[in-house]
Design a protein around this ligand. Structure first.
Ligand code: ATP
Ligand code: MG
Length: 441
């Protein structure tokens, strides 16, 4: 595939005075790497999300560097450097918790014209470790806004692919022929949804058009890579938008097939409310710098299929708790196969599900035991979301909130021997109770 011969392309160069990237906004470590490469006699540029986000006035997640130095040469310049990757080798320069990724310019072309094995039958790129020039490096990147280079020599920005006008217009556009680029790497479809969600950008119609048709290509992507992408989609503060994008482009169904099927049979209603509450909750936690876990996220996204399957089993006569356990095992195992959800996240998910049945049991010592469970807090938060979505009796939710806050069960809920439950208490209007408990929220 050729978009245009890279050798004939001259970049648009935006001098320092005409853009807003200030060195004070680039991490000191990234600057160190850029300068040391430069002093070592190499070209070095900041590239990718770092440049894009700085131009947008956002704080970059991390800083990527592109250079004409080979990974071994980068390694020779930095003591704190590891060369990683088999398919394409990269240098990671480590500064405490920060890693600056240094990639040698690469080209999106076969080693030579006889190299017919670099793409598989679907067009997927199997080998892309051919080193190239800066121009070639720009053209092998995914979206035009991700292919802008900040030059440490004169602090200018170089644009080979029309990334700046796209950035100004808020448009995500794949470089080159979209279908070819998706075939080379189907994960680019998920990346389109992710950047659209994160940046609030519009996917250009030509870039969007082939997605629905090419979704099945995701089947050829290693499940572990899908898992990584799911985390990037849902755990960085824009989960609600990411979910909308994934649903809109038909990508959600590949990542969460069971959820997709059951959610499609219900146009609205509490499963939808539940998921949007769960994602809003995740986003709010990220915003407040609170920890978020794949366990809770996956538990929320898979709850509806688990709940429905448990109902089916219960209708066939399986006791409720057992039905929930079996449904959870079944749905979670399937999901593990689909996107390589690691067991350390899957096992606590099943616990969260099972504990949902235990919230109904308020007799005797059971609540106290549940309260002492190491997973209580997560299961409680999960139950509260179900209550918000209208799936759990608000009175039950309020009761658990009280004992959760007190840290112990204040009073037995079962009547003492000889003591009658206050007449009519259970029959009090549901509407009134609901009204009451919604006050503290
Ligand atoms: P962020 O780090 O904010 O999630 P990013 O754009 O930096 O976004 P990374 O995954 O860190 O994304 O990748 C860095 C850069 O590498 C991208 O901006 C893009 O230029 C290039 N890149 C990453 N993945 C691909 C891909 N699958 N195909 C082509 N280019 C890619
Ligand atoms: Mg990045």
């Amino acid at each position: 595939m050729r978009i245009q011969e890279p050798s004939v392309i001259s970049p648009v160069i935006i001098p320092r005075a005409e853009h807003n990237i200030s060195r004070s906004r680039i991490s000191e470590n990234a600057l160190k790497v850029l300068y040391r490469l430069k002093t070592g006699g190499y070209e070095s540029y900041l590239v990718g999300g770092g440049v894009r986000d700085l131009l947008l006035g956002r704080e970059p997640k991390d800083f990527d560097v592109a250079t004409n130095a080979r990974p071994e040469e980068v390694h020779a310049l930095f003591r704190n450097c590891r060369v990683i990757g088999r398919r394409f080798r990269l240098a990671h320069v480590q500064f405490g918790r920060e890693i600056v990724e240094v990639a040698t310019f690469r080209a999106n072309r076969p080693v030579d014209d006889r190299d017919v094995h670099s793409n598989d039958v679907t067009g997927r790129l199997l080998r892309d470790n051919t080193y190239g020039t800066l121009e070639e490096d720009a053209f092998r990147r995914d979206f035009s806004v991700n292919a802008l280079y900040y030059d440490i020599r004169d602090f200018s920005v170089r644009d080979y692919v029309g990334g700046l006008p796209d950035l100004k217009a808020g448009v995500l556009r794949l470089i080159g022929d979209p279908e070819t680029r998706y075939r080379e790497d189907p994960v680019r479809m998920l990346r389109a949804a992710r950047f659209a969600a994160k940046l609030g950008f519009r996917i250009h119609p030509d870039t969007a058009a082939p997605i629905a048709r090419l979704v099945p290509l995701l089947a050829g992507v290693p499940a572990a890579r899908l898992f990584e992408e799911i985390l990037k989609l849902f755990l960085y503060g824009f989960a609600q938008q990411a979910y909308q994008q994934l649903r809109q482009y038909g990508l959600f169904g590949h990542l969460f097939p069971r959820s997709h099927t059951v959610l499609n049979t219900e146009a609205q209603g509490f499963p939808h409310v539940f998921i949007s509450r769960a994602l809003a909750n995740t986003d709010a936690r990220v915003l407040e710098d609170k920890p978020v876990t794949p366990t809770f996220l996956f538990a929320a996204l898979l709850w509806e299929p688990v709940r429905q399957q448990a109902d089916t089993l219960a209708a066939q006569g399986t006791p409720a708790a057992e039905a929930l356990r079996r449904a959870a095992d079944e749905v979670v195992s399937e999901q593990i196969g689909q996107v390589a959800l690691p067991r350390r996240f899957a096992a606590p998910m099943v616990e969260i599900y099972q504990m949902q049945a235990r919230f109904l049991q308020r007799e005797g010592k059971r609540p106290q035991r549940l309260l002492a469970h190491p997973r209580f807090r997560a299961a409680y938060d999960f139950m509260m979301l179900r209550a918000e979505a209208g799936e759990v009796d608000p009175e039950l939710a309020a009761w658990w909130t009280r004992i959760q806050e007190a840290g112990h069960v204040e009073q037995p809920v079962t009547p003492m021997v000889g003591e009658a439950r206050p007449a009519g208490r259970r029959r009090r209007s549901r509407r009134r109770r609901r009204h009451k408990v919604s006050q503290p929220a």
